[in-house]
Design a protein around this ligand. Sequence first.
Ligand code: G3P
Length: 218
Amino acid sequence: MKFFVDTADVKEIRELNALGLLDGVTTNPSLILKSGGDIKKVTKEICSIVDGPVSAEVVATEYDQMMREAKILAKIASNVCIKVPLTLDGLRACKSIRSDLNRDVNVTLCFSANQALLAAKAGATFISPFVGRIDDTGSDGMELIAEIKTIYDNYDFTTEILTASVRTVNHVKQAALIGAHVVTAPPATLRALVSHPLTDKGLAAFLADWAKTGQKIG
Ligand code: G3P
């Protein structure tokens, strides 16, 4: 399973990348706003840190302008993955970006299996179902991940399921159990994956006993 971090915070990206666990980055207009930076400068800096795909989102809603923006974003770096919304214009842009610009495309704001089916038919590299926002409405976001997995497997679609709007470590585990290809999570959620009270307790006990031996390894 690939781990992407869902942030435009360059400091956080640097720290997580240094751990060697990062396969890519996802940003969106809200995350760019939060970063306080210019989209082109921030995206360029992120692309220089991380080797994998860095999703940068178009903000146009109409095909021609989406394509203009996609070309500008694609020029920033070779690992920019163009993010488009799950609309008819977005799907048309997805197809064109894949064939004409030969770029990875992340189709975002997916809330149904049929939307994911359309994105796969449009040749999307990634489909981003927003599990947390579905949970917020009282439905189960993970059911959608399972449905998309079944549909993509049924037809051997190569589009990767990028589980997004991840809020908890349980989302990560459930996505992995279903077989989603990628999870994108906020930095705090990625860090929380390592935590277990018994690990902390066990380490403290080992270190206490080690101190009693009076020995040194190096
Ligand atoms: O990158 C899109 C997605 O992960 C947004 O998450 O928490 O705003 O629903 P959230």
